[in-house]
Design a protein around this ligand. Structure first.
Ligand SMILES: *Cc1c(COP(=O)(O)O)cnc(C)c1O
Ligand code: SF4
Length: 330
């Protein structure tokens, strides 16, 4: 049975680690790393759900899950070319929180909130307060979508759209279903991976009851992020034939080996998820230490291609300001 109540995931989000000291104590991280963590968290706050922290190895500051969320001194080092709006989103905002960069698809920043703070997040400096589509109860974004007859797909992104309550998303999805030229509803979310209880019965309902074909795109970077609880929680989505995809970001120290990338694809597939994109890091200020040269990225992907069937090889892409799509590198 899938629980019908939503208190459980919401409670988990409210209990996430937000204080550096608490995360350090729980994971038994050496105290000498604490002052720098505190300094870096002033620029972009720490946020780690407890269920995600419970998948990390205690006493290991280099744990690949921890590295994604732990504020570090490296973030305070300036890297040339690493800026606050690396993908030019601010120039493509047609209405608050509405991004229309590519033909046929419109992306709504449904909320600025997220269940976790990834240190490499390309929106870590995005002015969410002034740009999010939910502010006006969706009226302006729905109006804009209605006036864009070439748009077949609406993408709910963020932040993380699944931090919104099922009631709020269901009412938005209902309104989207009434826009005749829309055909697909895509949700970009990391939350179910962090807190599998987010996949509620109500969520399965609003995803599948309407006319729009649903697609869920997760964000998993390392095979250890996929727990048995997640695989079980995904069962009702698989049973309803919902397309499940994954996008990962290639990150130094986290997933930059052929073994890890191959494992990631295998583990995703065994949970019913297909690899979609492997993104090059967006050069956002504070994330330079995660960056890998393009030649290394191509080499890694070629190694993956030798070992796995084609459908388990993600597309290696970079987001380039002004380009009409994500740019494939291979
Ligand atoms: C990445 C992105 C999309 C989706 O691109 P796909 O190649 O269809 O996955 C759409 N809109 C914006 C603004 C994006 O950044
Ligand atoms: S889940 Fe996505 S939006 Fe949220 S902090 Fe991580 S990268 Fe940013």
């Amino acid at each position: 049975m899938i629980p019908r109540t939503t208190t459980s995931w919401q409670q988990q989000l409210s209990e996430a680690f937000t204080r550096v000291e608490d995360l350090f104590a729980y994971l038994e991280i050496p105290g000498k790393l604490m002052p720098q963590a505190q300094r870096a968290s002033r620029d972009f706050a720490l946020r780690v759900p407890r269920s995600f922290a419970s998948q990390m190895e205690k006493g290991n500051p280099e744990d690949p899950l921890l590295l994604q969320v732990l504020p570090r001194a490296e973030e305070l080092v300036e890297h040339p070319g690493f800026i606050t709006d690396p993908v030019g989103d601010r120039d493509h905002t047609e209405a608050p929180g509405v991004l229309h960069k590519y033909d046929g698809r419109i992306l709504l920043i449904a909320t600025g909130a997220c269940g976790v703070h990834c240190r490499y997040c390309f929106r870590r400096h995005f002015p969410y307060g002034e740009s999010n589509a939910g502010k006006d109860q969706w009226a302006e974004s729905l109006e804009l979508l209605s006036r864009s007859p070439d748009t077949r797909e609406v993408i709910l992104s963020g932040g993380d759209p699944l931090t919104l309550s099922d009631t709020r998303i269901a009412s938005l999805v209902k309104a989207l279903n009434e826009i005749p030229h829309l055909e697909r509803l895509r949700i970009h979310s990391r939350l179910p991976v962090l807190v599998p209880e987010r996949i509620t019965g109500d969520m399965v309902d609003w995803l599948t009851l309407g006319r729009l074909q649903p697609i869920l795109v997760f964000h998993v970077n390392h095979p250890r992020e996929i727990s048995e609880r997640l695989t079980d929680a995904l069962a009702p989505l698989r049973a309803r034939g919902i397309t499940l995809l994954n996008q990962a970001v290639l990150l130094r120290g986290v997933n930059d080996s052929p073994e890890t990338l191959c494992d990631l694809s295998e583990v995703l597939f065994s949970s019913g998820i297909l690899p979609y994109y492997l993104h090059m890091l967006d050069p956002v200020r504070g994330s330079g230490h995660f960056d890998l040269p393009e030649a290394r990225a191509k080499h890694l992907l070629n190694m993956v291609r030798r070992r796995l069937p084609g459908y388990l090889v993600p597309r290696l892409v970079r987001e380039t300001t002004g380009a009409p799509s994500k740019t494939p590198l291979l």
